[in-house]
Design a protein around this ligand. Structure first.
Ligand code: ADP
Length: 468
């Protein structure tokens, strides 16, 4: 059984096939031998039946009442099957009137059975007192009006020899047949598994650095071709995620390097000369500003990596959309005040949202923060809340900033994508705010987008499922 479990699929298939074939062949030999035996018996009985009629023609009664027949004929073996003929004549009351020499004095069935041989030729098997197995045919016959019971039997031994020879030939051929069948199975399996070997060889070459390799597809319509296509699809997805991961890692390290380099250069420059405590205060303040940016970036990276690995457990509830917006304004309001901007909120106070309040708050906060960051001073940011349909609410944030060019309206939701790199950094942007907002909205089965506002600024909109 260990052998059957070995890694060699070709050998295993051949052995399984060989075993199944051998069992079937043995079954076949068994059935064929039995059928052959049954046929011989049927033919022998038929011959015996015919011969009882011949016997009837050869019977004669001597004047003293003695029954006889042509001994020579019935003391020779049956012509067709070379079976020894045994012969006995009884009176209806069971008295033996005649026996041929081949019986060697043995009884051929003893006293007559009820109705034996009357309606038809009785056929049965017997074992004689000398151990011989015989097949007996009985027939009732009237000789000159005298009722006689004729019993003609054949010794079965030659039949068994015949069957044994038949079985012997089949058994001799069986190993050859099995070996040939297994050889054919081994060859065919080898051919059928050829594409698998080439797939395996190619798969062995695929490493993280060579994810662009694909498995060969020999016949796209067969099972192996299908498996290769599925595997290639998987490789494609792996390659895409690897590329995305690489891009993300290099973008993230790049983003982290900038504030770190800035902190270092501020520190190095300030160490070169002796400063007043007032100047050191300024240096520390600048450093803290960079640290604040760094913290913001690291927080954003953490949210993204948790979101990617599905580690964020949602706490679902139904809450007022307006309350959420007021809370956001409470956080970013100071920023707007600094820039002398006005935040206007309109819309229905009844709109309820369903979802994780914390995650949605982050999304709206990023959008309002951007609107303030990228709009000029003395401008207005308009936040509108409305029911879009029976099941959806829409929150739109319109600013009077530079707007988003048409060709970049989808790109800005990609990680680390910035329209104006320098300006975004200057304003403390990480390039991750919109991608976090997109994830937050989509995880609620909502949608996010941007369009040009009538005044030329940008109008970000978020559609979310309504609460109760
Ligand atoms: P950042 O942290 O740099 O703001 P975001 O992902 O939030 O990153 O935004 C991506 C880019 O989209 C920003 O760098 C900016 O160029 C542009 N952007 C976002 N919001 C606005 C807006 N309201 N007006 C103009 N440009 C915007």
């Amino acid at each position: 059984m260990r052998f059957f479990n070995s890694g060699n699929l070709r050998l295993r298939l051949t052995l399984w096939y060989g075993s199944a074939f051998s069992v079937l062949l043995l079954l076949h030999i068994g059935v064929a031998t039995y059928v052959h035996y049954r046929q011989l018996i049927t033919q022998a009985f038929r011959a015996a039946n015919e011969e009882t009629e011949t016997v009837e023609g050869l019977l004669y009664q001597a004047p003293d009442g003695q029954i006889s027949l042509n001994e020579d004929y019935f003391n020779h073996p049956q012509v067709r099957f070379r079976l020894d003929r045994l012969f006995e004549i009884l009176s209806p009351d069971g008295k033996v009137l005649y026996k041929n020499n081949k019986l060697n004095g043995a009884d051929l069935g003893g006293a007559p059975l009820p109705n034996e041989g009357i309606t038809s030729h009785n056929e049965r098997f017997l074992k004689l007192s000398d151990g011989r197995n015989v097949m007996v045919v009985t027939h009732f016959h009237y000789l000159n009006g005298r009722p006689l019971l004729l019993r003609l039997a054949y010794d079965e031994a030659p039949l068994f020899v015949n069957v044994e020879r038949f079985l012997g030939v089949l058994a001799l051929l069986a190993p050859v047949t099995i070996i040939v069948a297994m050889w054919v199975a081994f060859t065919v399996t080898g051919k059928a598994l050829l594409p698998l070997s080439s797939m395996v060889r190619r798969a062995e070459k695929i490493t993280a650095e060579r994810l662009s390799e694909r498995l060969p597809v020999h016949d796209p319509s067969d099972d192996l071709g299908h498996a290769a296509r599925v595997f290639n699809g998987l490789l494609q997805r792996l390659e895409d995620s690897f590329a995305q991961l690489k891009r993300f890692t290099s973008d993230a390290s790049h983003e982290l390097r900038t504030p770190l380099a800035s902190i270092r250069s501020i520190g190095e420059v300030s160490l070169q000369t002796v400063h007043s405590s007032e100047e050191y205060r300024d240096v520390i303040a600048s450093m803290l500003e960079e640290v604040r940016r760094l913290t913001h970036l690291v927080d954003s990276l953490l949210v993204i990596s948790r979101a990617d690995s599905g580690q964020i457990a949602m706490q679902l509830s139904s809450f007022s959309c307006m309350d959420l917006i007021q809370e956001v304004i409470g956080v970013v309001g100071i920023l707007a005040e600094d820039r002398r901007q006005t935040i206007q909120v309109t819309g229905s106070a009844e709109v309820e949202l369903a979802g994780d309040r914390g995650i949605l708050r982050q999304a709206i906060l990023n959008l309002v923060d951007n609107a303030i960051k990228y709009s000029p001073t003395d401008s207005t940011v308009l936040i509108e809340v409305q029911r879009k349909s029976a099941l959806t609410a829409e929150i739109s944030i319109t600013d009077q900033g530079p707007g988003i060019p048409m060709q970049e309206q989808t790109l800005i939701f990609d990680r680390f994508y910035r329209i104006d790199d320098g300006r975004s950094r200057e304003r403390g942007g990480t390039g991750l705010g919109l991608s976090i907002a997109k994830w937050a909205v989509e995880v609620h089965l909502g949608s996010i987008g941007v369009r040009q506002s009538d005044a030329g600024g940008s109008c970000f909109y978020v559609r979310l499922p309504l609460g109760k």
